[in-house]
Design a protein around this ligand. Structure first.
Ligand code: HEM
Length: 85
């Protein structure tokens, strides 16, 4: 639920960059994409390019029409913050 969402700085996001522990940020929201990886129509390799970092630009470049907010709602772990917040 919303009460369990985290505030996640880039340095923490960066640690979740593995195939079995992959997070990404899109439009300020951080998602655990680990379990979505095998289902991505564009393939795991492409999706892993945004693991551990802010994927907003790459996501928008490839398919701005895809509603990630809706698709990944249950995978949301928190909000991307600045390094010191
Ligand atoms: C296709 C979701 C990230 C590359 C798709 C499609 C969805 C999707 C739903 C099908 C779209 C359609 O047919 O209109 C997502 C989600 C992402 C994500 C939820 C983030 C969590 C990325 C990233 C890349 C990428 C970061 C590239 C680095 C592609 C490509 C296709 C695709 C190349 C086209 C596959 C094809 O039609 O052959 N993605 N995507 N995606 N995605 Fe992603």
């Amino acid at each position: 639920g919303v009460d369990t969402l985290l505030r996640i700085p880039p340095s923490e996001l960066k640690t979740h960059n593995k195939r079995d522990d992959a997070w990404t940020a899109i439009n300020g929201k951080v998602y655990n994409i680990t379990h979505y990886l095998p289902f991505h129509p564009g393939g795991e390799k492409e999706l892993m390019r945004v693991a551990g970092r802010d994927g907003t630009k790459l996501f928008m470049l490839t398919h701005a029409w895809v509603n990630a907010d809706y698709m990944l709602d249950t995978c949301m772990v928190g909000f991307l913050t600045g390094e010191r917040s």
